[in-house]
Design a protein around this ligand. Sequence first.
Ligand code: AMP
Length: 269
Amino acid sequence: MIPHGTLISEVGAEAIEKGFGVPIFGSRKLLNWESDRQLKEKLMKESGIRTPRSFSSPKEINKLAIVKLHGARGGQGYFLADSPTSFQEKKRIMEKKGILKKGTPLYIQEYVVGVPVYLHFFYSPLRRELELLGVERRYETTVDAIGRIPSQMQEGVMPSYVVVGNIPLVLRESLLEEVYRMGEEFVRTAARLVPPGVIGPFCIEGVYDENAEFVAFEFSARIVAGTNLYILGSPYSGLIYEKPLSMGRRIAVEIKNAMRSGSLAKVLT
Ligand code: AMP
């Protein structure tokens, strides 16, 4: 059992799956897949979503790559490398600065040049329907600060990806069809690979490249911080519901409907 008073973020997905004795809204198994980079990649690939290449060893790095820690860390401790040598150099700097502990397992992924976009979905197991409730981008230091420095003076500035806030976004309309297709395929694949699959909120996170094609580097199998932007609803939730609806309220509505129809087992794990 998890000791009383422990914060969920301190516990980790595995302990939530096995040791958290209270029923939760959402899939606890999927949280585990979210926190394991290999499983995460498998689910996205099998959903037919374009994903960046991952490198199984630093020796394989032959193009610009982003090096990440496992688990959700709000971009903390990430760095870029474009060769095995630059990987070792950057890693040493990060360890020296105390940002990275020696021996920490790292995940190396191709860096996709494009603009980051976070898609907030809600899947209702009761209505068997997918809703896009919001879109945002993150405000990350120092990567979003680098364009403010003249390029001749950027030497020595290491981009980092620490999230400090979220910025609302509305997508070009023609992109929405693919967004829904991607979300629906994700829901179908999660039901097959990690039953019972998605329950409620999830987020697909990626970048649109130079051809306006979406490449997903992450998913979150839960409510994400960016939904805070839309406490009174978003341009997308407004198209589905005619009253202000936050992601939190959408969860509450699903629980209430499940209680009324005697279907709580469909939304709790
Ligand atoms: P994450 O913790 O994976 O959500 O990543 C934090 C930030 O790093 C993202 O918001 C992006 O700015 C950046 N990022 C992560 N993965 C990639 C990637 N493969 N290509 C380009 N940027 C990335």
